[in-house]
Design a protein around this ligand. Structure first.
Ligand code: MGD
Ligand code: MGD
Ligand code: MO
Length: 765
């Protein structure tokens, strides 16, 4: 077991590993070939190709589950990408995991399979329950499964002994039902994957601007004069951003990438959907400046830009937007004093960049009248993630880059509906305003005490304070930090319930009783008593629109997520006045309630059927700030020291390869980084390798020391030379989660420090 949890997760390598420089543009033919490979492997060439033409189409067809990047507002143009296609095809596979499969394999046997092999078995087909006597999953009827969940929850001493996890796939309607079930039952224990990706962004934006979301939309991406892209690997994880970047380059915008690695999307790209460009190999540049910042050094770089602007303002009044600052912001003078008193020496050391480089970025910024700043996990999964996002806002405020076209903060969200999940109530720290309205509209008395997040739930399960874990999608044991500790927590539960589409390790690492409840995927037709149903999702830029599945379900026994939630809710709350059954017959009925319970969803059923859906109002975009002062708040936070005291310690980041979707690994290749057939690797600077006596391609042991002093280890990883800052290193999630201790989370955001693992690397003995 432990071996599987700590070793490679991809398919068993079939050949020698190799590393080469990658010179080709991102997207293009390599991408097309890679899609075809997956299509043929999943026996889905015909259906997959049809699906391509159904995805992201003006309120007809389904929302791409690949990422949360918005659909092209022109709506009629096909906007698809390699990784979205791979993701869709993975769901549409012709392979099945049925009762014969479970009869043929014990759970103990399955534990020795790789994560790739588990998911590669295909789609789950019917509800299953763990049978301890035979160590197998055996079939169970839906009604018995629901009854089992209901009785386990009713048997708890307190509703707070249950936790309800969400992975950001869940549609808005199911989300609303899920949080209602948890709160009607009596708990705010609603951990979600957002606790691991954008918690820092939400908290920072809320404090600075009074809204937890970005304010920019696709139109702003299309009109910005300068774009700063921090800590995102666009070519792999938000490929449709490449379209925006190539278009920006073509219109002469400045594009600054800030990242310890120069990723493929920061060089040149072929617009993913431009098949003609693809045929002609017509690549466009996607960058005008690359700055290889030190891990966690973004705050120092941004503050350096602010310092340069303040200096410039002494001679050029236009360097700052003084009118904007005076009218709309609070806290400027404290921030100015702080920035002016911070030395260039400290800033350059902490950013890991020269003063000249920081001034280059500042010059791009001050020359632009419309600036947009975008970021993802490279910013948030750090100790000072909240402060860094607040510094992003500080810098934007200095030149009034808010509430007007082509400007603003624009976080890149992860899962396709992770933003909608929060909007519709998945929040372990709900506001009183939200709960008041929910209580009134739904006739329930919601619990007021804040609940547990992802990190909190792991500890609570281990300490026996949480006894029932419900996973609404996702793969908790692999996604969460400290894999063995998370596993022991799940094993310590009375009941674990996983609502899933595919077999994964979270089904094998289970509680004393365990259920696998298979659901429809987003690509599939959802028939209910009231006819064919649609669900809505919200993208990164607050557009809410409908998604309609078009494929026959993978099995006749699958239920939709709303139906599964309603079934579990009724069994838990037999006397509930909530009309669970009637709501599931027709999701319009759920939307009618959401229209009353959620701010911004008025007239939901009509507006969501507009050709492109509707955009949720963003008060900050209208320069209305729901902050204590009613103004946008500058944050004057001290410059953090992000350099390990000990020279021997490297800062390791755990990231995705090009060929994976979070815990789902499609292959052992990472094309844009030139790596083939290898995931058990660590990318290092050549000087750091030399000083440790590590030869190129040799095996090393990686030893992490946690905040609490505990030590974790990965042995026999291969060290590869890579262009990244000295003192830093990189490797892949989820394998490297074993290195991240339960204590290693940010005190600002409670996010696990997935981009900031302190390690020592030594040659394997
Ligand atoms: N194909 C595909 N698409 C996906 C996903 C997937 O797994 N596969 N996952 C989805 C999800 S849930 C999410 S949250 C997003 C994740 O999208 P990303 O944030 O792109 O995910 P990572 O692969 O973790 O890459 C982190 C990036 O941040 C950089 N970085 C690391 N440390 C620092 C730092 O200190 N400063 C700066 N400036 N940069 C740094 C890394 O070099 C890397 O380029 O993608 C979503 N889309
Ligand atoms: N070290 C490290 N760890 C990380 C990260 C990192 O950067 N570094 N990133 C973190 C981030 S940003 C995230 S978001 C988490 C991801 O964490 P999760 O969201 O928990 O994990 P996924 O891999 O996205 O979940 C995959 C599983 O979801 C199920 N699934 C797929 N589609 C559906 C569906 O439509 N409905 C349902 N019910 N189930 C479905 C399938 O069974 C599949 O096996 O990982 C986090 N972990
Ligand atoms: Mo994420």
């Amino acid at each position: 077991m432990v071996d599987q949890e700590t070793s490679g997760q991809g398919p068993a390598p079939t050949g020698e590993w190799e590393q080469r420089d990658y010179h080709h543009p991102a997207a293009g033919w390599g991408a097309a070939t890679s899609v075809m490979k997956v299509l043929s492997r999943e026996h889905a060439i015909a259906s997959g190709t049809r699906a391509m033409f159904k995805m992201n189409h003006e309120n007809d067809g389904f929302d791409c589950p690949g990422c949360a990047w918005p659909d092209d507002l022109k709506g009629l143009k096909l906007d698809l990408c390699e990784n979205g296609m791979k993701h869709v095809v993975w769901e549409m596979t012709g392979k099945r995991v049925d009762r014969d499969f479970f009869a043929a394999h014990t759970v103990t046997e399955l534990e020795s399979w790789s994560d790739y092999e588990l998911e590669d078995q295909g789609r789950l087909t019917e509800p299953m329950v763990y049978d301890e006597a035979s160590d197998r999953y055996v079939p169970i009827s839906w009604s018995d499964a629901f009854a089992l969940v209901g009785s386990a929850l009713q048997a708890l001493d307190s509703p707070d002994e249950a936790a309800f996890y969400t992975s950001g796939r869940l549609g808005n309607e199911a989300t609303f039902l899920y949080q209602l079930w948890a709160r009607e039952f009596g708990t705010n224990n609603l951990p979600d994957c957002s606790n691991m990706c954008h918690e820092a962004s939400g908290r920072a934006l809320k404090a600075s601007l009074g809204t937890g979301k970005g304010t920019a939309d696709l139109k702003d991406w299309e009109t910005a004069e300068a774009l700063f892209i921090l800590g995102v690997n666009a070519a792999s994880n938000a490929p449709r951003m490449l379209t925006a970047l190539t278009e920006a380059y073509d219109r002469g915008a400045q594009i600054v990438h800030i990242n310890p690695l120069v990723e493929a999307g920061a060089r040149k790209a072929i617009i993913p959907h431009e098949f003609v460009d693809m045929a002609l190999f017509k690549a466009t540049r996607t960058s005008t400046l690359n700055l290889q910042v030190r891990p966690g050094g973004d705050l120092a770089l941004l503050r350096g830009m602010a310092k340069a602007l303040l200096e410039e303002h002494r001679t050029d009044p236009k360097a700052l937007d003084v009118e904007f600052i005076e009218r709309y912001t609070s806290g400027f003078s404290a921030y100015r004093d702080l920035v002016e008193s911070t030395s260039w020496d400290d800033l350059t050391r902490q950013a890991g960049l020269s003063e000249a480089d920081i001034r280059k970025a500042a010059a791009v910024y001050s020359a632009s009248d419309r600036t947009l700043i975008s970021w993802c996990l490279g910013v948030t999964q750090h100790e000072h993630g909240v402060d860094t996002v607040r510094e992003i806002v500080n810098v934007l405020l200095l030149r009034g880059n808010l509430g007007r076209e082509g400007a603003g903060p624009s976080p890149v969200r992860g899962h396709s509906n992770v933003q909608g999940n929060r909007t519709c109530g998945i929040d372990h720290k709900p506001t009183d305003e939200f709960l008041d309205r929910l209580g009134e509209v739904c006739g329930i008395t919601p619990p007021r005490e804040h609940g547990l997040d992802t990190v909190g739930v792991i500890r609570a399960m281990n300490e026996g304070r949480v006894k029932v874990f419900v996973g609404m999608g996702g793969n908790f044991v692999m996604a969460a930090p400290d894999t063995p500790y998370t596993a022991s927590g799940l094993r310590n539960c009375d009941l674990t319930v996983q609502v899933s589409t595919k077999l994964n390790r979270s089904h094998l690492v289970h509680g004393r009783t365990a259920l696998i409840l298979p659901c429809l995927g987003r690509t599939e037709k959802d028939h209910q008593a009231g006819g064919l149903q649609e669900t809505s999702v919200e993208d990164s830029m607050s557009m809410v629109h409908l998604s309609r599945g078009m494929k026959r379900p993978a099995s006749p026994h699958l239920l939709s997520e709303p139906a599964i939630i309603a079934g579990m809710a009724r069994a838990t709350l037999p006397d509930s006045a909530t009309p669970w059954e009637s709501w599931v017959e027709d999701y319009d009925r759920i939307r009618d309630v959401m229209a009353k319970a959620l701010i911004g969803f008025e007239d939901f059923n009509r507006r969501v059927r507009l050709p492109l859906g509707f955009r949720l109002k963003q008060p900050a975009r209208e320069l209305v700030f729901n902050t204590p002062t009613g103004l946008a708040e500058f944050a004057a936070t001290p410059l953090p020291d992000v350099i390990p005291a000990d020279d021997d310690v490297l800062v390791l980041q755990t990231m995705r390869s090009h060929d994976q979707w979070n815990t789902t690994i499609y292959s052992d290749d990472d094309r844009y980084r030139g790596i083939k057939n290898l995931r058990t690797l660590i990318l290092m600077h050549e000087d750091d390798m030399r000083s440790r006596g590590i030869a190129e391609g040799s095996l090393v042991d990686i030893v992490a020391t946690s905040k609490d002093g505990s030590v974790r280890e990965l042995r026999g990883y291969r060290a590869l030379r890579y262009d990244l800052p000295r003192g830093s290193a990189a490797g892949y999630m989820p394998e490297m989660n074993v290195l991240i201790g339960a204590a290693d989370y940010s005190v600002q955001s409670d996010q696990p420090l997935m981009k900031n693992v302190k390690v020592r690397v030594i040659p394997s003995s």
